[in-house]
Design a protein around this ligand. Structure first.
Ligand code: SAH
Length: 321
């Protein structure tokens, strides 16, 4: 039995997701809301049935929490979650988004007969004025790759602190991140060792940068060769923006004689309060794939391991300035 230590700190998430990920998530900084103004990114999210149906189930199975309540939808997009809340009997829904998709949201809401129940407000949540002092419920689909990329949770916490009544409810109300080790020789070959010999040209200097960037992708869950360790577990009712930057230890137990090429991470969000018991929206490799996929951090060198080995390390997550 051996004990290994892996330090995975200072991965450059911003660089990764700007260049490496698909679709409109490429839009960061100034272009962030331009990305969300086009229907294509909303199409991708709406077609993610795991995502959208879990929200729908959570909202529709809590009549007591929503009936005759004032709801704020933080980042309403097409207005889908606002419409679910209105269908669940909300007294009024304030649907806020800064992207131009709000023009469509207004039409969608009117076409579906909810014009009197849902008010769409265009603007940054941090800047808008609501016609009410308090709301009973905040619904939001704020999760980014690696849970925290995009930092939209900051916006939800801002709204919570400004408008949510003390006994109010957040949908979802809890989130957790996990890490596990991964055998990934084939993909590592395609993405990393590829640079060793490109048409007989040595481009191996590029490998350093490749290894520095996490990769957003799916993998076969059979390649996971350890248990999963929770690296963050947050109660959205109480977590602070400062706590979203963290450095935590992890400890993994290797499940078979194998090689570790990478650490993989994913997240779950929870609706712990529904009438049918807790509901989980999971992006685990062991569950149906979502548009968030998983995030893979390659080790500099593959690490041979035996069943029962312990892998210890630390992971630090901080915002890109
Ligand atoms: N609720 C919709 C869209 C989720 S995507 C759905 O579930 O399908 C997140 C949305 O939040 C995007 O449309 C984005 O423009 C919006 N958003 C992100 N940060 C925001 C902010 N600070 N103020 C207003 N809208 C924001």
């Amino acid at each position: 039995m051996q004990s290994n230590s892996i330090e995975k700190e200072d991965f450059d998430l911003a660089t990764c997701f700007e260049k490496g990920a698909e679709g409109c998530y490429k839009q960061v900084g100034e272009g962030y809301f331009d990305g969300y103004s086009h229907f294509s990114i909303h199409e991708e999210m709406l077609k993610d049935r795991v995502r959208t149906e879990t929200y729908e189930r959570a909202i529709m199975t809590c009549p007591a929490l929503l009936k005759d309540k004032i709801v704020l939808d933080v980042g309403c997009g097409t207005g889908i979650l606002s419409i679910f809340a209105a269908r669940a009997g909300a007294k009024h829904v304030y649907a806020v988004d800064n992207a131009n998709i709000v023009h469509q949201a207004r039409e969608i809401i009117e076409a579906n007969g909810f014009k009197d129940k849902i008010t769409v407000i265009q603007g940054k949540v941090e800047n808008v004025t609501l016609p009410v002092q308090q709301v009973d419920v905040i619904i939001s689909e704020w999760m980014g790759y690696f849970l925290l990329y995009e930092s939209m949770l900051d916006t939800v916490l801002f709204a919570r602190d400004k408008w949510l009544s003390p006994e109010g409810q957040l949908f979802p109300d809890r989130a957790a991140m996990y890490i596990a080790s991964l055998e990934d020789e084939e993909y590592r070959g395609e993405k990393v060792d590829f640079w060793d010999n490109v048409y007989d040209v040595d481009m191996s200097c590029v490998k350093k940068q490749v290894l520095h960037e996490p990769l957003v992708d799916t993998f076969d869950s059979r390649l996971v060769n350890s248990n999963a360790c929770c690296i963050l577990d947050i109660d959205l009712k109480t977590v602070t923006i400062e706590q979203l930057q963290f450095a935590n230890q992890y400890s993994l137990k290797v499940s078979k004689k194998d090689t570790v090429h990478a650490l993989a991470s994913w997240f779950d969000t929870f609706f712990s309060f529904t009438d049918q018991g807790p509901l989980t929206l999971s992006t685990s490799p062991f569950e149906t794939t979502t548009h968030w996929k998983q995030v893979v951090f390659y080790l500099e060198k593959p690490l041979p391991v035996y069943e029962g080995d312990s892998l210890h390390g630390s992971i630090a997550v901080k915002k890109n300035t």
